[in-house]
Design a protein. Structure first.
Length: 66
């Protein structure tokens, strides 16, 4: 299923920043489908990545993850 263009833009922004901080395989990036959010296509493999926002445990939309 195709995703909302604004959501795709936000996920690509997050992924680009992730790539600046951490090593990620080089390859063609596909972000047009809903699941997984990002797919990196390399000659040897495909890597699927889900983008998630984790919120602090207190407050609206809080998470128990610390």
């Amino acid at each position: 299923m195709q995703k909302n263009p604004e959501k795709e833009k936000a996920e690509l922004w997050a992924f680009d920043h992730f790539r600046q901080l951490y090593a990620a395989p080089d390859g063609r990036v596909d972000s047009g489908d809903e699941s997984p959010d990002i797919v990196i296509h390399t000659p040897e493999q495909r890597i699927g990545i889900e983008i998630a926002d984790i919120q602090h445990g207190s407050g609206k939309r809080g998470s128990k993850v610390k």
